[in-house]
Design a protein around this ligand. Structure first.
Ligand SMILES: [Zn+2]
Length: 356
């Protein structure tokens, strides 16, 4: 992942400006002392002299320092790309909220796009066609229902498989074994992973065939690989291929910008109680925090404060399941699987981004 530019480094930032690298848009803005204007890295306007340039992490910081947003590149507006990604994210949330599969035309209409463009963009953003994505979603639901102890017939039906004589076969195909065998724990999956670095240190991103299943943070890659092994002792771990490495870039971008939508499919593995807690964590807005007691209350188990803390500590998807937004009852930052300092840093990043 060395291909990512180092956004904390001014020389690297300046290089992005000089090459008008639009991948750097949204990561910082540059301001020109002589004109009082701030721009996106990719702005088409003529370049200022290096000595007149200041860098800011975001447009709010530049405006706070007295600069005006450029009228040409409009760093204060969402880019067309961000708007498109937001629509795909919206489509994913719609799919997750429905129990029945949806046809392309219907889904595209709900986010006001033509089926053709929607299909192309969906694939570009998630790496899957809407059809395959829905298949993965049904498979995930089926596994969750089975893990929660639902009777097989009911689990298959609730996961959205069409009823009919062949629905068991459909489910078996998805699971790679019969639902009954799956229940007995005969699973052996392949997990791809990549280790890279980001603003928060080293990060490991892992993906099963169902979606992103682990995002781990640390100071050292080998320790992260060991951690992954202990989390998925029954899986075959393999180095990520080219396509996966590209998707990791998107994950890293969200690690550094938690207010961006995250639309890759997730493979969230945990007990029913953990899933309940993690779902509640995902409902804490960016830039806000909640206490362990708040979460216990929100999931209707006010006595389970300690168990909530345990579920937070068992989170395998750093940032995406924002366990860093849970603080002690007195508001103090404590206990983070990936280090208290990193938790503090994440909360700071989010507070900054809320100002944007
Ligand atoms: Zn500009």
């Amino acid at each position: 992942m060395n291909a990512f530019f180092d956004k904390a480094n001014d020389e690297s930032r300046w290089q992005a400006v000089e090459t008008r690298d639009n991948r750097a848009d949204g990561q910082f803005v540059f301001a020109v002392k002589t004109t009082g204007i701030c721009c996106r890295p990719s702005c088409r306007a003529r370049h200022p002299l290096r000595k007149n340039v200041l860098f800011f992490d975001n447009v709010a910081a530049a405006v706070g320092a007295g600069f005006r947003p450029c009228k040409r590149c409009q760093p204060d507006k969402q880019t067309a790309e961000q708007q498109r990604i937001a629509r795909i994210t919206q489509a994913c949330r719609i799919l997750e909220s429905r129990s029945e599969p949806m046809v392309l035309a219907e889904l595209a209409a709900l986010v006001a796009m033509s089926p053709f463009h929607f299909h192309r963009l969906f694939k570009q953003v998630t790496g899957l066609t809407p059809h395959t994505w829905q298949k993965a979603l049904r498979a995930k639901r089926l596994r969750e229902q089975l893990a929660q102890g639902e009777p097989v017939t009911r689990a298959v039906f609730d996961a959205g498989y069409q009823s009919g004589s062949n629905y068991y076969q459909q489910a078996d195909k998805v699971l790679g074994m019969t639902a009954k065998q799956y229940r007995q724990g005969g699973e052996r999956t392949v997990i791809q992973f990549v280790v890279g670095s980001c603003r928060l240190g080293e990060c490991l991103v892992a993906q099963s065939e169902r979606g992103i299943c682990a995002i781990l943070l640390g100071n050292d890659g080998q320790t992260l690989v060991n951690e992954l092994e202990s989390l998925f002792p029954h899986s075959a771990l393999v180095a990520g291929d080219e396509l996966f490495s590209q998707r990791v870039a998107r994950v890293v971008s969200v690690l550094e910008h938690p207010n961006q939508p995250f639309s890759l499919p997730l493979d969230i593995q945990g007990t029913a109680f953990q899933q309940l807690v993690w779902q509640a964590l995902r409902e804490i807005p960016v830039g806000q925090t909640a206490s362990y007691r708040d979460i216990a209350q929100r999931i209707g188990k006010p006595q389970a404060v300690r168990a909530v803390a345990g579920a937070c500590a068992a989170n395998k998807l750093a940032v995406i399941i924002p366990c860093h937004r849970v603080v002690r009852n007195d508001g103090a930052i404590s206990g983070y699987r990936w280090g208290v300092e990193r938790k503090r840093q994440l909360l700071e990043i989010e507070a900054e981004q809320q100002e944007e």
